[in-house]
Design a protein around this ligand. Structure first.
Ligand code: ZN
Length: 472
């Protein structure tokens, strides 16, 4: 958890000026450091932060917080000596995460090797730090007093002990295609490779290379990664853990139609001859790429995405009449504002209100525009302002993308243990969401968009590929 907290804080360029570590002198557990190392825990964390931030942030160590500290973050039990400094506490163990006031923190010594709870707690505390330091609009959002969140159930509880924490020690994941190795894809991989008992085979597809604008949210990328292929970087981490990887440094549509590429595993190669892809995880951030994935009608398709402070993971189950990955993600050929409007329309009304509140825009005007788009109206202007606000935040909210990757990792693990219906219980919905503005887990359900081909030719194609059986 300390590694992920340090990692996320060192990426908040422009929000955090100085990061000071105050860690007892204890040795490093090497598997907790996908990158970064040092003689002891404190030096290893300092090195981690340096590899990420370089000269962009002042970094140091100190036995206690300096006098002018703006915010103190405690991980686990910490001496309660600094009452004059605003403090946020966090704790994670197994699938459980806590974040809130130090006085509400449970007295627990973590023992589980599953990284999902600790990593999610790190996102929570990084989110609270961001809101505290960047400042919330008056009346918008709240700081946490106490959140007990189970990554396993995607549900909040009243106390730590109520949360279920199944012991998953050894697990082989089903063969999976991960398309897109940006912020969400990297976080997904980070959550899997840090887990000693997990193994599997992954096909990883992305055509891009890491550039300097990625470091604010790519949790496995450091200064030295700039210029490296995204698939190559991912492959190194997978193979350093107990995974095998097939890396394809180009687009998904090329992957599917490139018959000259190196040989894939025989069981997958055979299905691929018939364009059958059993389990695909969409971690792409462009709608054209989403359409390309959906158009091959994979058997199980799970997608991760973010919007401002909101992370979301969805199961696209077209046989249930639910949305597909194309339904509410129009391709980029339409006007940008209309595209943005379309994505806002797909969000349930109460969540839209929360997003307006967070951006400080006139939601009523925007709602009128969404209902009936007309150029030159106040509604159009308000929507434009909303879009600008949404994009402004993007720069420093790496914790949101990481949370989306962790939500995806948790659904994948739960599916591997108990099946897809347990990972996405139909009575709860097809999407697991988490908004850091008023931090809480939620579920929502979206039906297919009328007129989308997922309910006509797509459905026929899906049935041809997979028959009429229920999802496993
Ligand atoms: Zn659709």
């Amino acid at each position: 958890m300390l590694w992920m907290v340090t990692n996320l804080l060192a990426r908040q360029f422009g929000v955090i000026q100085e990061l000071v570590l105050s860690i007892p002198e204890v040795p490093v557990v090497p598997c907790c450091f996908p990158f970064g190392s040092g003689e002891n825990l404190q030096l290893a964390l300092l090195n981690t932060a340096k590899m990420i931030a370089g000269a962009a942030m002042s970094l140091g160590t100190s036995p206690g917080p300096p006098k002018d500290t703006s915010l103190l973050i405690t991980v686990g039990q910490a001496p309660d000596l600094f009452v004059e400094i605003p403090t946020i506490a966090a704790l994670g163990d197994g699938f459980r995460a806590f974040c809130g006031l130090p006085s509400n923190q449970p007295s627990v010594v973590p023992s589980n090797r599953c990284p999902l709870g600790p990593y999610f707690a790190a996102c929570l505390v990084a989110g609270e730090a961001f809101k505290h330091l960047a400042g919330l609009r008056p009346g918008a959002g709240s700081q946490l007093d106490a959140l007990f969140y189970s990554v396993w159930d995607h549900r909040a509880y009243n106390t730590w002990d109520e949360m279920s924490d199944p012991t998953v020690t050894e697990l082989t994941l089903p063969d999976v295609y991960v398309v897109g190795l940006g912020a969400v894809g990297q976080a997904l991989l980070a959550s899997l490779v840090a887990w000693p008992g997990l193994q599997g085979h992954m096909t990883i597809v992305d055509k891009d290379i890491i550039d300097d604008t990625n470091l604010n949210r790519y949790v496995l990328a450091v200064q030295d990664s700039i210029g490296q292929s995204k698939t190559e970087l991912a492959k190194v981490y997978l193979e350093a853990a107990h995974f095998t990887a097939y890396a394809y440094p180009d687009t998904w549509q090329k992957y599917c139609q490139d018959f000259a590429r190196p040989t894939q595993r025989p069981n997958l190669a055979q299905k691929e001859m018939a364009f059958r892809y059993e389990l695909v995880l969409s971690c792409v951030d462009k709608n054209s790429a989403r359409h390309a994935i959906q158009s091959f009608w994979p058997r199980i398709l799970i997608g991760g995405s973010t919007l401002d402070l909101r992370a979301m993971v969805s199961l696209y189950d077209i046989k249930s009449g639910g949305e597909c990955l194309k339904c509410f993600n129009p391709v980029e050929t339409t006007a940008t504002l209309e595209e943005f409007a379309e994505s806002i329309r797909s969000i349930p009304a109460d969540e839209r209100q929360e997003l307006y509140e967070e951006a400080g825009v006139n939601g009523a005007l925007i709602e009128v525009y969404l209902e009936r788009p007309r150029c030159g109206t106040l509604g159009e202007a308000a929507l434009r302002r909303f879009q600008d606000q949404t994009q402004k935040h993007e720069w420093s909210v790496g914790f949101v993308s990481v949370a989306a990757g962790l939500l995806m990792g948790s659904r994948l693990i739960r599916m591997a243990v108990h099946g897809i219906r347990s990972a996405f219980p139909p009575e709860l919905g097809n999407s697991a969401l988490f908004n850091f503005l008023n931090p809480a887990p939620r579920w929502s359900k979206m039906n297919a968009r009328v007129g989308c081909d997922c309910q006509s030719s797509g459905l026929e194609e899906y049935r041809r590929l997979w028959g009429s059986d229920e999802l496993m």
